[in-house]
Design a protein around this ligand. Sequence first.
Ligand code: ADP
Length: 610
Amino acid sequence: MFHSIKGKILSIYLFLIFLISLIASISIYSLFNLNKAIDGLIASNYTSIAAATNMIDAIERQDSNELIYLEVDAQRGIRAFSQNQQEFLVWLNRAKDNITENNERKVIESANSDYLKYIEYFSKLQEIKNKSGNGEAVKFYDNEIYPVFNSVKSSCRNILKLNEESMFKSKQNATEISRKQMYGTIMISIISILLGLVVSIYFTKKIVSPIFVLTEGVKSVKRGNLNHRININTHDEIGELASEFNNMTSRLLQYDKSSINKLMVEKNKSIAIVKSISDPIIVIDNDYKTTLVNKSAENVFDISEKDVLGRHMIEALGDKKIFNKVKLIVNNDEVAEDNDPIIIKKQNKANYYMITATSIPNDDDKVSGTVCVFKDITHLKEIEQIKSDFISTVSHELRTPLTSIIMGTKLLLDDTESMTSEQKEIIQAIDEDGGQLVMLVNDLLDLSKLESGKMQINLEKASIFDIAELSLKSLSDVAESREIELINDISPKLPQVYVDYKKIKCVINNLVTNALKYTDKGGIIRISAKAEKGFMRVSVKDNGRGIPEEYHEKIFDKFSQVGDMADASGTGLGLAITKGFVKQHNGDIWVESKPGEGSNFIFTLPLYKG
Ligand code: ADP
């Protein structure tokens, strides 16, 4: 029973109930004792005191009756004397029945014998009165009766005194008993309270302390300490709970170990896969510190994983540019790619790599690191270079004969009189096609120069209003013939830009030419500009046929034209060259357009900071 918590709590209660019962019993016993003392006080002495008092009253009345007999009315005196005699004897008998004190019997017997004498003397008094007259009778009363009367009274008073003294003693006794009982009860109560407190505190502590141990164990396990064991050896519910707890933690430990093993296998597998990938891979944490470098990355960056682990990317690779690019990609998107390749020179050979960065999310969907893959695009760059070189060579080779052809046709067109109209038309067609071919060749040459980085740029301060004005002037005839209004909305007061004049004129020309091409009769083309955040933002806006969203980026690629709107007269190179020129100025270009609502080509240029 005492092994369980229930039993322990019950035993504390039982013990407390026992203590309360003990105090209650002692109190009842004290009250009983006190009661007994008071009862004795009343029972033993009160009756005798009452008897003595009544006896004195009766005899005093008898004395008066004798005087009435002598002096007033003999018959009335005798009658009343006899009545009081009855009463005296009744109280005398009660006193006899209640003898409680020493000497009381003696005093009562003396009162009894004196009283008998007193009664006898009254009979004698009657005889004397009858025989010798009232005078003799009075003498007899004074000499004989009165002393006996006093003696009876004094015996009665002795009875009274004896009992009063005893009563006083009993009262003192009762007071003493009650005082003793009171102290006794107080003592027992204090001892019981102290004992109750000690027992309650001791047992409560004994019951509760294992709960604390258990709570500490739970907290420790919560902190991840699965080795924690609880040492409670009681056989109660807590002891049972502790043993179940220990079982649970050992199961958890086993589970943890097997999960960790599985995780380790998976991790090693993943690491092996990453290590074997031929592209260079570097994994970094949120502080840009390297956490993994694969073999290929070790070769490409000429580093060793063990030397760079835990070090910042800049320190590990010794290249701030790569870090800046990774940072830019990481801050932009979860999986991101940068279109501008990085160049790593090895044994005097430039290698090109595109960086792809993929965030590693953890359980809370927060980023815990980034995988940076460096895709080797050197061979693509080489092919592109070959293609560019080829286009450049072919364009060069074509330009000379083409110039000769155009000059020849021009000469021929100067003298057309000897020609038939058919011959004239053919020469004119050769002239037009030749002109277009020269334009295409020039575009191709510009593009290849831009791509190879050989395009020169001559920066100077210029007014964007002037450039736009000049460009619009050169195209005003075409616009007029197509009944399209050209508006220069640029304020001449705008800050100056720092640009290659010719190239920016070419940019505006290209954009306005395109707008003229793709805007119907009666349309409006508006050029505007505004300076913001250290850049000049120029916009060429038309209300022509517009461009679907999916082409907004593509149209800036080489040979790219909008699907079914492809124009036989165009080459798809204009916007690519335009973008190349803008990029040379560290600017940007994009289009905002919706089919049927016109297009707005916007580009930015640097401001002159003179
Ligand atoms: P193209 O020689 O074909 O004009 P561009 O590179 O200048 O080559 O333009 C690429 C394509 O972009 C065009 O073929 C045309 O489909 C589309 N385009 C360019 N400008 C506009 C414009 N203002 N409105 C509608 N489409 C346009």
